[in-house]
Write a protein that binds this ligand. Sequence first.
Ligand SMILES: [Zn+2]
Length: 155
Amino acid sequence: MGETLVVDTGPLMEGFTAPDDDRCLVPPKVMSELEDHDVSNYEILERGLVTTFPTDYATKLVRDYAEETGDLDVLSDTDIEVVALAGEEEAVLVSDDYAVQNVAKGMDIEVRGHAQEGISEEREWIWYCPGCGEHEGDRKGECPVCGTELKRRPV
Ligand SMILES: [Zn+2]
């Protein structure tokens, strides 16, 4: 049995993938940020990400704590959900966001950075057509073959 991880949007955008035996949870706001960045549903499933809602109680604990430390102003709603979910699930939080790391550490949540772990894990991405499957390229846009909006996946 591996660890339970809660992963912030940044590391996921940089291609973070959890080891096979780890549970990888993301709050709904991270999931919608991924969708905003054209990460396909297929890829989200392939990477084994599970959407999990933090409770209102856990969210309130984080807000109250961050208000005391003065971090609340710099935390987005997404940041708060990430920390709340990690605390609630007793998970390891993967984030490179300084404010998120700061609040999480203060709340005794184990935090791990992604960027520091080594450039060798950096991924390359290509744009592909989910419509006809004929086109792959290095630019965002529409498929020159069928006109479908291109999606992104790691090479
Ligand atoms: Zn196409």
